[in-house]
Design a binder for this molecule. Structure first.
Ligand code: ATP
Ligand code: ZN
Ligand code: MG
Length: 516
């Protein structure tokens, strides 16, 4: 792939550019092209890649400048560098720069596959993709250029190219551990069995279950295992993370880049004045129907969405802070509420639902502390799945969608490298999925994960640590519906077949409903 940037900008000045000034101007041009634009560019770079001011057209108080570049000192960077450089030169002739008007901005990218979706953004006036060459005509202001819009568009297109080549292959998946096979005790779909026994019933919303006492007994037993075998021995403290996530949090966590198809959106009333809403209640009283369209006109937002991933909402607690060495690693967890995802047609049983329950473990500290905690968690989970739940399970390193999406990870390449690199932490950034075998469908179900997120969250939320070393974080999401589905799919609903530990923890099913 290669990229060319071409820019024409009109500089308006307080006075006309006279011949004397032109001379000085062109001296500045030569100086810029030969030294100024080369500053900071490695010597090995081909000069054709470096920005140049190739043409100047004078016309009274406006001077048109044409810049061209490859990827070094890109045309817009060259423009601002030149402006800063030429301002005092003009100043010496009592001429001030009044403004910059971007006349034309063209980007040419080669090596673009023809199935790449070209973004439709207000900044892209037109585009053409022919023989692998993509030409974009941008409509941008000088403020957009200062805001690095062309660079971001290029990055976006690079990501789209990556995702076309990455997309088909799905997640990068690499087995880390697989347990021994376990005896087949049950081969039916556990959700259907739970429904038959009234352990659960469908909720009124899509992808939602009402959990009866028996199902909750299981949830609480799993929770107790997590608390006693993982959370308490490893020293995690309980917190309560908010369950409504505003855009600002998702902007910082990176979810704003792609989570939209799965969000449950949240809106607020335009006003809480009862008179404003009276019509809506009246309509319902008369028709027995809720007037959804009428409501749509009376609400603002969406201001964000319901909890999607649990940990982003934790971060505003430490945002902008520097954490003292004594408090590191910070180890917390949340189990205070539901998570919501619009799973569309993917809904299945209790394992893929729109409303689910998850314990989220979060830790942060130095890179070494973060990686060490992930290792301790892996050990603790291993013990639980082998000795307590006796599951047939495996775990695998995967590249999470947000990292793939952010171009943080090139499959097969080291995603991040730590300064000094001695601990090899950089290679550990990423997610490990835990999967359980489902005999009824002969599939594997991801029931939890452990992620080492590198400096992504501390950077996004501006969190530092006292030592000045990079701050890293990790998180692990334990899905209770998924644990339940995995356990029951392998062991069945009859306690006789359950490991003794689980029998004790769950107790006899509490059947309080008798349906006539
Ligand atoms: P999948 O690939 O199965 O959709 P995911 O990669 O979207 O899972 P994560 O975003 O890693 O899942 O979420 C972490 C954990 O949250 C999962 O391991 C699982 O326990 C739980 N989880 C995610 N989505 C659902 C869902 N729709 N229903 C129940 N649990 C879920
Ligand atoms: Zn998380
Ligand atoms: Mg998913």
């Amino acid at each position: 792939m290669s990229v060319r940037f071409s820019l024409i900008a009109a500089l308006s000045t307080s006075n006309e550019i006279t011949d004397e000034v032109k001379f000085a101007f062109e001296k500045a041009q030569v100086e810029a092209n030969t030294t100024l634009f080369k500053k900071g560019v490695p010597k090995s770079v081909d000069v054709k890649e470096i920005g140049q001011l190739i043409d100047i057209k004078y016309s009274g108080n406006t001077t048109e400048l044409k810049f061209e570049s490859g990827t070094y000192t890109r045309a817009h960077d060259a423009l601002f560098r030149f402006k800063k450089y030429v301002a005092p030169v003009l100043g010496s002739y009592h001429i001030g720069i009044r403004g910059i008007d971007v006349k034309k901005y063209k980007m040419t990218i080669t090596g673009v596959p023809d199935n790449v979706r070209i973004p439709t953004l207000p900044f892209i006036e037109s585009h053409e993709l022919k023989n692998g060459e993509l030409t974009l005509d941008l409509k941008v202001t000088s403020a957009d250029l200062e805001n690095k819009v062309p660079d971001r568009i290029l990055k976006l297109i690079e990501e789209k190219i990556q995702s076309v080549s990455y997309g088909g292959k799905g997640e990068h998946w690499e087995l880390v551990f697989a347990s021994a096979p376990k005896p087949r005790l049950f081969t039916r779909d556990p959700t259907e069995e739970m429904v038959k026994r009234n352990w659960i019933r469908h909720g009124a919303a899509r992808g939602q279950w009402i959990h009866g006492p028996q199902s909750v007994q299981l949830f609480r037993a799993f929770e107790q295992i997590v608390v006693e075998k993982i959370i308490r021995p490893l020293g995690f403290s309980e917190m309560i993370f908010p369950k409504l996530t505003p855009w600002d949090v998702w902007m910082r966590s990176g979810h704003a880049k792609g989570v939209y198809p799965e969000i449950y959106y949240v809106c607020t009333p335009k006003t809480r004045d009862p008179a404003f809403w009276e019509d809506v209640g009246d309509y319902f009283k008369v028709t027995g129907k809720v007037p959804v369209e009428m409501i749509r006109d009376k609400i603002d937002g969406p201001i964000g969405g319901l909890c999607y991933a649990q940990c982003p909402s934790f971060w505003p607690f430490v945002q902008g802070e520097t954490l003292g060495t004594a408090s590191l690693p910070v180890k917390v967890f949340d189990r205070s509420g539901t998570s919501h995802r619009y799973e569309s047609g993917g809904i299945h049983g209790i394992e893929r639902v729109d409303e689910f329950h998850r314990i989220e473990i979060v830790w942060l500290g130095t890179a070494e502390q973060t990686v060490a905690m992930a290792d301790r968690l892996h050990e603790a989970y291993h013990h639980v799945f082998e000795e307590i739940l006796e599951l047939e399970w495996r775990c695998a390193k995967v590249t999470p969608w947000f990292m793939a999406q952010e171009g943080m990870v090139d499959t097969g390449k080291t995603p991040q490298t730590v300064e000094g690199g001695a601990c090899g932490c950089g290679e550990r950034v990423g997610t490990t999925d835990y999967e359980a075998y489902l005999p009824y469908s002969d599939n594997w179900l991801e029931f939890q994960n452990v992620s080492i997120n590198g400096d992504k969250y501390p950077k996004g939320f501006n969190v530092k640590i006292q030592s000045g070393a990079d701050c890293w974080s990790g998180c692990s999401g334990i899905g209770l519906e998924r644990w339940t589905a995995a356990f029951l799919a392998q062991k069945g609903l009859d306690m006789a077949n359950w490991p003794d530990n689980m029998k004790k923890l769950v107790g006899e099913p509490n059947e309080i409903f008798r349906f006539m």
